[in-house]
Design a binder for this molecule. Structure first.
Ligand SMILES: NC(=O)C1=CN([C@@H]2O[C@H](COP(=O)(O)OP(=O)(O)OC[C@H]3O[C@@H](n4cnc5c(N)ncnc54)[C@H](O)[C@@H]3O)[C@@H](O)[C@H]2O)[C@H](O)CC1
Ligand SMILES: [K+]
Length: 213
């Protein structure tokens, strides 16, 4: 398996090859991604589990976050979801995960004050899909996260960090750890990305396959 850090475009290519050519459904990849984040949180941060707040965007990074919220909830952890994204823009997978979280009646908030009670924050606003500077409610959430003394675990990328350059796009989450999927990302190895990522965990048992075509 290729071990050098990859770009967002390469990751999207490998994802779509795995989903469309091999036939592994994207929700299966999402579940495997979320299991890796859950395992890292339970194994590495057992003293920070009093109240986990998952900050979710409306794309598949947010979908991963909702999946992690459910997995932690059924593991007996107190979890609150803070939805920052616009629900009207929710991706298909995000909507599936949202419905499951509603089944488990996991509390959902939109007010940033939810972050004040967090012992651990899961940053699931943006992953490799970030394509413009962060502004508005997302920027406010990032500022509040960075001011918090909660432990911060980023899903795939610290939100606001450019996957390919490591540059801060307006503003970015400073994470204690980042669980990135399938392969390391170029943006986690250089510039501000290397600093903002914290300890990097590469979840490479993802079922995502590198193709060289
Ligand atoms: N690699 C894997 O095996 C898997 C990765 N998964 C996760 O999917 C995300 C990528 O999801 P995507 O929906 O493409 O993008 P994001 O969730 O990162 O971003 C959502 C959405 O946000 C918009 N956007 C971009 N920049 C901004 C901005 N500055 N302000 C507001 N909105 C912005 C843009 O339209 C994006 O589409 C990946 O990181 C993983 O977490 C899958 O779960 C499956 C397994
Ligand atoms: K993120």
């Amino acid at each position: 398996m290729e071990k050098t850090p990859i770009t967002a475009e390469q990751m999207r290519h490998y994802d779509s090859y795995t989903i469309n050519q091999i036939g592994i459904p994207s929700l299966v990849l999402m579940e495997r991604a979320a299991l890796a984040v859950r395992d890292e949180i339970l194994n590495a941060f057992p003293l920070y589990l009093d109240h986990v707040v998952v900050v979710a965007g409306s794309g598949n990074n947010g979908g991963d976050g909702l999946d992690v919220a459910r997995l932690l909830h059924i593991a007996g952890v107190k979890v609150t979801i803070l939805n920052v994204g616009n629900p009207d823009h929710a991706s298909t997978e995000h909507q599936v995960q949202e419905k499951i979280c509603q089944y488990y009646q996991i509390p959902e908030k939109t007010d940033l004050s939810a972050l004040k009670q967090a012992s651990l924050i899961v940053d699931a606003m943006f992953g490799i899909g970030i394509d413009r500077p962060v502004t508005g409610a997302y920027a406010d959430a990032i500022a509040t996260i960075n001011e918090s003394d909660a432990l911060v675990v980023a899903v795939d990328m610290p939100s606001g960090i450019n996957t390919d350059t490591g540059a801060i796009m307006g503003t970015a989450v400073k994470a204690d750890a980042t669980v990135t999927f399938a392969f390391n990302k170029v943006g986690l190895t250089k510039a501000d990305g290397a600093k903002y990522a914290g300890r990097i965990v590469i979840a490479d048992d993802m079922g995502t396959y590198a193709v060289d075509d």
